[in-house]
Ligand binder design. Structure first.
Ligand SMILES: C[C@](O)(CO)[C@H](O)COP(=O)(O)OP(=O)(O)OC[C@H]1O[C@@H](n2ccc(N)nc2=O)[C@H](O)[C@@H]1O
Ligand SMILES: Nc1ncnc2c1ncn2[C@@H]1O[C@H](COP(=O)(O)OP(=O)(O)OP(=O)(O)O)[C@@H](O)[C@H]1O
Length: 305
């Protein structure tokens, strides 16, 4: 009997090193000027053959119960979008998601699963799709999905889905604090609107950030991290201010809210400093979990076995 095909894709979460946000557009989205960096916190998506018309998803991991398994699951939506793009009629797939990226954490967890599902289903269904075409399908699924395909470090404009890969030197050691509070991305953008009623086009990414990334100067990168959604996230969840202060007190070069939050990301000088910081934060009761990651890492990739 032929062995069932087993396709696995690994995909990283992200932090935004700069997240400059402009005023709400007529379509409800906000213009962004952002620098994404993919970090070594990975979800895994497995695609198994299923009968024609049958598409299911199972989610495994600590926070699995927070992820829908109906057609609103972003990985299932990705499978559907790819089938439509390729003009296939009802191809089947059984998806299994192993989650490590925090759910509604501001690290693009659902977007990552969508990106991984695109690669996994393309392999399972033997669709020969060029990376730039896959990026178009990805953008239709959500603003962060194209970056989850690309990974590494990239500049994002438009809704965040118009990407240019960036020159980046050096290895970045982050400590992520996952506070025990919830925040939804649309809610944070809506609070941004209340706080910035006169916002115009997205402000520029600080030139010092681009220079620091190009030269691998971690201190310069740390000095130029910026997140325009941070005041909105902190005003909705004031606890985040305590988490940010605790990370800096415990030795981080600096700390920022990741994307729309609530995850707080702290940049450390080197790996030893990151170990000390993560121990200090894990010993506090400010976060439900603390993770140490490095960056940048590649985007969604097939695993060979
Ligand atoms: C906060 C970030 O993670 C930063 O990278 C992204 O901007 C959010 O990306 P995402 O979650 O993939 O976004 P989507 O799933 O496309 O949109 C979710 C919601 O976020 C808001 N949204 C998202 C992106 C953007 N440029 N402007 C927005 O206002 C909208 O309310 C939208 O309905
Ligand atoms: N495969 C999936 N994994 C995680 N969340 C999913 C998935 N499919 C749908 N969702 C839903 O999407 C919403 C956003 O979850 P997600 O984990 O992507 O948040 P996030 O990381 O804050 O997003 P972002 O950083 O892209 O704004 C939640 O309501 C979640 O239940």
């Amino acid at each position: 009997m032929e062995k069932a095909e087993r396709i696995r894709v690994r995909v990283p979460g992200k932090v935004n090193l700069a997240l400059r946000v402009g005023g709400r557009r007529a379509d409800g989205y906000h213009p962004l000027d952002t620098v994404f960096q993919a970090v070594s916190l990975f979800d895994e998506v497995e695609a198994l053959p299923a009968p024609r018309g049958v598409r299911t998803v199972r989610v495994l991991g600590d926070q699995a119960s927070l992820v829908p398994t109906d057609e609103s699951n972003l990985a299932l939506k990705a499978a559907q979008a790819l089938a439509s793009y390729a003009g296939m009629r009802q191809p089947g797939v059984e998806l299994v998601i192993r989650k490590t990226i925090p759910v509604t954490g501001g690290m693009a967890g659902g977007s990552a699963d969508a990106a991984a599902a695109l690669i996994a289903c393309a392999a399972l269904w033997r669709i020969d799709v060029a990376p730039d075409e896959l990026a178009v399908v990805a953008a239709g699924l959500g603003a962060d999905v194209p970056f989850c395909l690309m990974g590494s470090t990239a500049l994002g404009r438009g809704r965040g889905d118009e990407l240019v890969p960036m020159l980046s030197r050096g290895s970045y050691h982050w400590v992520l604090a996952l506070p025990d509070v919830e925040l939804s991305t649309p809610e944070v953008f809506a609070r941004f609107d209340e706080l910035n009623p006169d916002a115009g086009p997205a402000p520029e990414t600080p030139p010092g950030l681009l220079a620091g990334l190009a030269s691998g100067d971690i201190a310069q990168v740390a000095d130029n991290l910026v997140n325009d959604l941070q005041p909105a996230a902190v005003s909705l969840r004031p606890h985040l201010a305590d988490v940010l202060a605790a990370g800096v007190d415990a030795g981080a070069l600096t700390g920022i809210v990741s994307g729309s939050g609530p995850t707080c990301a702290f940049l450390s000088e080197n790996e030893d400093a990151a170990v000390r910081l993560s121990n200090a934060l894990a010993g506090s009761d400010l976060a439900r979990a603390v993770r140490r990651v490095c960056a940048p890492v590649p985007g969604a990739r097939l695993l060979s076995c």
